[in-house]
Write a protein that binds this ligand. Sequence first.
Ligand SMILES: Cc1ncc(COP(=O)(O)O)c(C=O)c1O
Length: 384
Amino acid sequence: MQIREVPFIAMGGVYEQDDVEAAQQVIAAVANPEGTFFPLPEENDFQRAFAEHEGAKKAIAVNSCGTALDCCMMALGIEPGDEAITTPLTFVCTAGTAVARGARVVFADIDPVTWCLDPAKVRERITERTRAIIPVHFAGLACDIDGFDRITEETGIPVIYDAAHAVSTKHNGQPIGGRGRASCYSFQSNKNMTTLGEGGAVTTNDEAFAEQVRELKTFGYVYGAAGVRVASIGFNYRMTKPQYAVGLTQLAKVDRVIKDRQDRMARLNELLADVEEIILPVGLGPEHGAHLNVIRVDTDKVSFSAAEFAARLKSEYRAGTAKHYPAVWTWEAFQKLGYNGDGCPIAAKVCDQVISLPVFPRTTEEELQYIAWAVKQTIGELGG
Ligand SMILES: Cc1ncc(COP(=O)(O)O)c(C=O)c1O
């Protein structure tokens, strides 16, 4: 095959004329003398639509998944002395938001097949100080929500899902946004839908929790007949009016975008099915949020590392990849706090082996064939 460029692009969804027009209309309206960037009615419209899409009673839009997690940690009252159990195979802020409130995160191991946090391993790590469990629907695959429900039923410990990868993800045919105490979504640029580059939301079926998050995202304000009260110490974590408007157009197309991603990921799995040296993602199909196409280099079978594999794929075949993720405990900030991989041998291995291949909603059949060919060539050249 002829060498071609297949970059790992930083735009995860698609951005079309209706998105451009939605943003333009808001901005044009503000040019009128009575215009304002005050975000109603778009904020409420987007929150209602997103809650409905994710099967939750309430959605509270915020300006990132990081701030969504932050609000949830604050709403739970996480404080020094507390522990929060999470997965090591995640973006740093899944763990960082609990640490920022003074808690200690406790890493529990992942399931060797789904690569999501394993409820059985979480049980082993629960202490009298555990105040939250924070699983991730990794790459868009729903984690074992029923297993976490059982833990909450037995112990009362609330579960906050990191659903940054999981817009549209389903579990047994149902959206996941109403499960646990709450779920935190991301609309950052490389996610499957974006609100002009940054954005996020908390979804929940717990109306009191929703109200706490709403207060926290807006200075602690409570609106009443007598005006505004400041009921708690809050922040300003709001999105802007054009972002809410684009959120509505992005949401209207996100299932189509995700179907395009699912089809391409399933096709790439098919093209790579005979490659024994790599481990392919499981659960691809209509329930998968299809955010990342993560494969593992099976280092039990080959003598090269995932990093060497990715470097050669790039240098010889111009195929971009990304790493989702190094184990959280390996980041400098977590090292300084004394974190390590004790008790997480599966995550330690998986984090060393993972590579995300460049599959996006507009990736063509020729590009998929090229990626599969380049993967096979690279493995052959590195020594199989
Ligand atoms: C698993 C996970 N959690 C949280 C985040 C943070 O999202 P945001 O950039 O919207 O704060 C990300 C972003 O990449 C993520 O992948």
